[in-house]
Design a protein around this ligand. Structure first.
Ligand code: UD1
Ligand code: CA
Length: 523
């Protein structure tokens, strides 16, 4: 198939019906701006030169163009439209940015037609070149042609002219074949006739469509190629159309992935961005949003109710009801339900991040697990370690963030606080509730428990008449009469009567055996 020499994308208009401070063509659909979609199709034709015509919010759009992928930003030029309005003037401004001796085919399309494919543009190019036309117009028959330029055909069925809605007679307005605004021109035809356009019409604009009459008068052949796929030529004018076209774009994309071997249980409740890549036998459950540059490996199960943004999920992983951004999930790993993986999370093979865990900038090694209710930030965890429930990697001292290093085969007890910067050696343990403020050597058990004090009878004394006090006396009475079902192995009735509590006394009975306690007291 032939490639055009250049593609011109018109995007100078204001897009007032969007009612937005954001330029219309920067609104996203399927994870890409409308302009990005237009340029992706344009670049897909193989044209070496892309020109975008800008005027309204020009600088903002120029910056947006700079940020697009290299295959677009590297070959796109900006043409600034002046104060003369109309699609004809816009194309004239673009032509001035192309070499004077450019030959071959120049395509013209719009920045707000997101479903238009490169394949359709290539088909139009082939139609145009095979027919040896000066101008070829892409047209469509639509149920309601209001607002569009109408395709007027001559007695032989050939293209005679395009008449704008505002300039059309009642008879012409009844025509249902419309101009999509997408054309192929011979470069020389544009050069010859654009300067001759006038603004003598209902809108005082230079109409690109008038090139057709001028080319015909000059004896050039003009033709229309009709498409059956109306979605491809539908433009976005307001947010209702944005949603409508967004839904259809998503439907088509999901159909593509299903044909590639991806199971999508409910396409109506699944949203996938254009840049996402899914391997064979991935399953996506309802309520899932796969966004940005997300890549999912074979056999993984995503969802339900999961958002993956710029994430990499390797083969055979499971991500359930979770929010994942800028993270890597290793092969066979499991995430969720209700996990929050923030940028820089790298979960190793067969690892686990479980319910109500949040991670950020954390490398978690092969087989290591953060199963419940934890925060792991600015951390490095080795292999096959387990982080007990409720553990917090305390990374922020109020001024700076610090890192925590946990070795391999470590067992961090529930409710441990790791005050960074700190290192826990391989094979070390921590007791439940430990606050780790200094490094733990390999194989050590870190503890800083204060002795537990049971102040016998405290509730009945200090909260007399409360439900708790009543429950306590009933329990004691039941123990004394030997009827307590809870009393373990025949010890019923042996517990002492409530005594006036005395801290020293009760403490003494609970003496701690090792130096950890005294060290902590001294600290
Ligand atoms: C134009 C066509 C009409 C066609 C319709 C399809 C002309 C005269 N009419 O209508 O036959 O059915 O598109 O949508 O061409 N633009 C510029 N500079 C301008 C004016 C427009 O860059 O001065 C851009 C807009 O940003 C937009 C596109 O051209 O992307 C079309 O402009 P719009 O005003 O929507 O189209 P019409 O002129 O109404
Ligand atoms: Ca207009």
């Amino acid at each position: 198939m032939p490639s055009p020499s250049a593609v011109i994308v018109l995007a100078a208009g204001q897009g007032t019906r969007m009612k937005s401070t954001t330029p219309k063509v920067m609104h996203p659909l399927g994870g890409r701006s409308l302009l990005h979609h237009a340029l992706e199709a344009a670049a897909g034709t193989g044209a070496g030169r892309l020109v975008v015509v800008l005027r309204h919010q020009r600088d903002l759009l120029a910056e947006h163009l700079d940020g697009l992928p290299e295959h677009i930003s590297g070959s796109v030029a900006i043409a600034d439209q002046d104060e003369i309005p109309g699609t004809g003037r816009a194309t004239e401004c673009a032509l001035a940015r192309l070499p004077e001796d450019l030959d071959g085919t120049v395509l013209v399309t719009y920045g707000d037609v997101p479903l238009l494919s490169a394949a359709t543009l290539r088909e139009l190019t082939e139609f145009h070149e095979t027919g040896g036309h000066g101008v070829s117009v892409l047209t469509a028959r639509v149920p309601d042609p209001t607002g569009y330029g109408r395709i007027v055909r001559d007695a032989g069925g050939g293209l005679a002219a395009i008449v704008e809605q505002k300039d059309a007679s009642a008879e012409e307005r009844a025509i249902t074949e419309i101009n999509s605004g997408i054309y192929a021109f011979r470069a020389a035809t544009l050069r010859a006739h654009l300067p001759a356009l006038s603004t003598d019409n209902a809108q005082g604009e230079k109409y690109l469509t008038d090139v057709i009459g001028l080319a015909r008068e000059a004896g050039e052949s003009v033709a229309a190629m009709t498409t059956q796929d109306l979605w491809q030529v539908e433009g976005v004018n307001d947010r209702v159309q944005l949603a409508r076209l967004g839904k259809e774009f998503n439907r088509r994309l999901l159909e593509h992935w299903m044909r590639e071997g991806v199971t999508i249980v409910d396409p109506d409740a699944t949203w996938v961005d254009a840049g996402v890549r899914l391997a064979q036998d991935v399953t996506v459950l309802p309520g899932s949003h796969l966004q940005g540059d997300t890549v999912v490996g074979a056999g993984s199960v995503i969802g339900p109710d999961t958002t993956l943004r710029d994430a990499r999920v390797d083969v055979g992983a499971t991500v359930t009801r979770s929010h994942v951004q800028g993270a890597v999930i290793g092969a066979g790993a499991t995430v969720g339900p209700f996990s929050y993986l923030r940028p820089g999370t790298d979960l190793g093979q067969d690892g686990k991040i479980g319910a109500f865990a949040e991670t950020k900038n954390a490398q978690i090694g092969t087989g290591s697990k953060v199963p419940h209710l934890s925060y792991v930030g600015d951390a490095e965890i080795g292999e096959h370690s387990n982080i007990g429930c409720g553990t917090v990697f305390v990374n922020y001292d109020g001024v700076s963030k610090h890192r925590t290093r946990v070795g391999s085969h470590v067992r961090i007890g529930s409710d441990t606080m790791l005050i960074a910067p700190v290192t826990v050696g391989d094979g070390a343990y921590s007791g439940a509730g430990t606050v780790i403020r200094k490094d733990v050597p390999p194989g050590a058990l870190a503890l800083n428990v204060a002795p537990q004090r049971n102040l016998e009878g405290w509730v009945e004394q200090k909260r007399p008449g409360s439900a708790a006090a009543q429950a306590a006396s009933s329990a004691r009475e039941a123990e004394q009469s030997g009827t307590s079902p809870a009393a373990p192995d025949g010890q019923a009735g042996t517990r002492a009567q409530p005594q006036p509590h005395n801290d020293q006394e009760t403490n003494a009975a609970q003496g701690q055996p090792d130096q950890h306690t005294s060290e902590e007291r001294g600290a």
